[in-house]
Ligand binder design. Structure first.
Ligand code: SF4
Length: 329
């Protein structure tokens, strides 16, 4: 491991100032960053410890429920208001990682974890995300966990987070602070598609620090569900996952939200399927049609074609459970 310096920031301002030193990185839970450092994927010149910053509260604000960036994943999933008003978020967190990891992993860090494409972590293979211009081993390799949407000829990786999928469905807001001050980023604009710059996962500017997430009021989300399908029942990333919410009025769908994980380089929102659902009867036929609309633009690779049908069935099931009042899908 390359030598690096360590500094503990005592304020957001100090953390941002320290980040002006080239190749500095923030560290909080470190559950992905330390793994990457161990295999030389990240070689920071300086780690800025942000764990003492005042970003550990969950509070109700006029804009919605505000989650400080340092709130642990466990604390978010256990919070009564998250469980009551945003159950798909609580469920998504509980289906990710392990209890020990969730206890130290933070809200902000969850957004910044990097893909689990095996070729990214194995330096014996070419990877444009690790080394721009070197090639993409997954394009011609075993690409069963890779993207159906939004990929490029530079990178076909998928975003790994469970938590981020409901955040996309909920239209969460990301609060950040950097050298140019504070700003808010709509969640669906926070992560990037690979394009010609697969080394960039997010639209954060250099030196910007995530300070909080805001969950806007979402009456439709009370019966929301999160369904995760994976190769084994625990401690595995999603092949496909669905965050779904259906709100009914007079037996018709009044509001619908649909986002998926395991689909793309960012949590993938299906707005066309959501629009289709409005005003329809909540039944299997409607949900199957929504699933067909959602997956019609899928572009499978050599080994991941099975995910198209898997995703359709997952959508149909998740929407059905939500329409019946929610719970575990
Ligand atoms: Fe690297 Fe992306 Fe290709 Fe995986 S899919 S090998 S992360 S460039």
């Amino acid at each position: 491991m390359k030598n690096f310096s360590y500094v503990r920031a005592m304020s957001v301002k100090e953390a941002v100032q320290q980040a002006s030193i080239p190749q500095s990185m923030f560290i909080a839970g470190g559950t992905n960053l330390v793994d990457r450092m161990k295999v030389f994927l990240d070689e920071p010149s300086q780690l800025i410890d942000i764990t003492r910053l005042d970003m550990t509260r969950i509070e109700q604000t006029k804009d919605g429920l505000r989650l400080g960036a340092l709130v642990s994943n466990t604390a978010v999933a256990d919070h009564p208001e998250v469980r009551r008003s945003y159950p798909m978020l609580a469920r998504a967190i509980l289906l990710g990682a392990s209890q020990q990891i969730r206890n130290v992993a933070t809200t902000g860090g969850n957004l910044l974890q990097r893909t689990r494409c095996p070729y990214y972590y194995d330096t014996a293979f070419d990877c444009n995300k690790r080394e721009p211009g070197s090639g993409c081993a997954a394009l011609t390799g075993i690409n069963r966990i890779h993207a159906l949407f939004g990929a490029s000829d530079q990178c076909v990786a998928v975003h790994p987070s469970d938590m981020c999928v409901p955040l996309a469905a909920l239209d969460a807001i990301v609060e950040v602070e950097g050298p140019k001050g504070k700003r808010q980023i709509p969640f669906t604009d926070f992560h990037r598609l690979p394009g010609n710059t697969p080394q960039r996962d997010t639209n954060l500017e250099p030196g910007e620090l995530i300070t909080a997430l805001i969950l806007p009021p979402a009456p439709f989300a009370k019966t929301s569900v999160y369904l995760k399908l994976r190769d084994r029942a625990s401690y595995a990333f999603a092949l496909v996952s669905v965050a779904a919410a259906v709100e009914l009025a007079d037996n018709r769908i009044k509001t619908a939200r649909l986002a998926m994980g395991g689909m793309a380089h960012k949590p993938w929102r299906f707005t066309e399927a959501e629009t289709f659902l409005i005003g329809k009867a909540a039944n299997t036929e409607t949900f199957q049609q929504a699933a067909e609309i959602a997956l019609k633009g899928a572009k499978p690779l050599e080994y991941n074609g099975f995910k198209v049908e898997l995703a359709k069935r997952a959508i149909r099931h998740a929407l059905t459970v939500s329409a019946k009042g929610g719970g575990i899908a």
